[in-house]
Design a protein around this ligand. Structure first.
Ligand SMILES: NC(=O)c1ccc[n+]([C@@H]2O[C@H](COP(=O)([O-])OP(=O)(O)OC[C@H]3O[C@@H](n4cnc5c(N)ncnc54)[C@H](OP(=O)(O)O)[C@@H]3O)[C@@H](O)[C@H]2O)c1
Length: 324
């Protein structure tokens, strides 16, 4: 039997399921690690917006060893990393000891990253990398000025801060938890800590052009003000909606400053973009610093930890150790 966190109409629980429950097709993976992201918090607390078919095993990330494969890209014993690609939405995910993985979007464990650290980075890290790559590919350079990171103590925000700082950017980190997490953000490489309250009031459509780019995981008024404070030609990578799905902005920054609002979708990113993202994670994340910001839990702690994440009680990354 396989231990798994299963989302049903009647609720979410750690259960024992049989191999048949995992469904046909895909390649068989012994899951070693998964991790906790905002979407996982929603799924394991039974909130809407992520799981679209039930019953379903939650967990948007899988890091594990291939046990059986009929796909020529994969052989038994290979380490595989699969982020998103419908896991915990319409396909069973990584909060289980075994997974039948649809391998189209899977990547091999990146060189220089251990399985444990690949899961500690997880979707949050890989999304942060996509967001930073987008800002840089649109032309932002460290000498252009600071890059703003919102939701900075969260998973996406923490890894984005680390990546930007290691690439030589000055990072202005927006957080609702200045008092308790200022030191944490400086350790990640942030140079300025900005209280979230400075971004929560409705502001003018064009404000002082300050930031060379933005990585936003919050949305709403915070995103609107971030766009209004972006320098001419700068890029805002919109990753998330931890605050709100609204966008109470005007077109002024786009038509008068040439600001680009770039949407980041980690779930269905191409294999090429995934490989690029994992390459910069391997290069730009200090492994020891990653260990310092990672809390490890086990499968039986996932439901409680998901609720804590949504309550804003966690920070950094939460690794889920699956294998005994
Ligand atoms: N586009 C994609 O493919 C993709 C991939 C991964 C994640 N996401 C999205 O990105 C967002 C962040 O994900 P995550 O895994 O990093 O979550 P997380 O670890 O919970 O971090 C979210 C952070 O947002 C801030 N925050 C929380 N509630 C807020 C509120 N009501 N108003 C303003 N800020 C708030 C907090 O930072 P402070 O306390 O520092 O302010 C929190 O640490 C989520 O919406 C998630 O769904 C999208």
């Amino acid at each position: 039997m396989i231990k798994a966190v299963v989302v049903r109409e009647s609720g979410v629980a750690l259960e024992e399921v049989d191999e048949e429950f995992l469904g046909d097709g895909g390649i068989v993976v012994d899951v070693a690690y998964s991790d906790l992201n905002y979407k996982d918090g929603l799924a394991v607390t039974g909130r809407p917006g992520v799981v679209r078919t039930m019953p379903l095993i939650a967990g948007i990330d899988v890091v594990g060893k291939v046990a059986e494969s009929n796909d020529p890209r994969w052989s038994p014993g290979d380490w595989l990393v699969l982020n998103g690609a419908g896991q915990s939405e319409t396909r069973h995910g990584g909060f289980a000891q075994r997974a039948h993985v649809e391998p189209t979007y899977a990547v091999a464990l990146p060189d220089g990253i251990s399985p444990e650290r690949a899961a500690a980075l997880g979707t949050a890290g890989y999304t942060a990398a996509l967001a930073v790559l987008r800002i840089v590919s649109e032309g932002a350079k460290p000498e252009d000025g600071p890059v703003l990171v919102t939701g900075a103590t969260g998973g996406v925000g923490s890894i984005a801060t680390m990546l930007l700082a290691s690439a030589g950017f000055e990072v202005a980190a927006v957080t609702g938890r200045v008092e308790s997490h200022e030191d944490y953000l400086h350790t990640l490489g942030a140079t300025q800590i900005v209280p979230r309250s400075e971004f929560e009031e409705k502001g003018r459509p064009l404000q002082k052009a300050t930031y060379a780019g933005v990585v936003d995981s919050v949305g709403g008024q915070v995103l609107a003000n971030a766009i209004a404070r972006t320098q001419p030609g700068g890029t805002v990578s919109a990753c998330g909606l931890a605050g709100s799905a609204a966008l109470p902005a005007t077109v002024m920054p786009f038509i008068l400053r040439g600001v680009t609002l770039a949407g980041i979708d980690s779930v269905w990113a191409s294999l090429e973009d995934r490989a690029d993202a994992w390459r910069i994670l391997a290069r730009g994340v200090d492994p020891e610093l990653l260990d310092d910001i990672t809390t490890t839990i086990t499968l039986d702690q996932v439901i409680d930890a998901g609720a804590q994440l949504l309550d804003g009680k966690l920070h950094g990354r939460t690794l889920v150790r699956i294998a005994d």
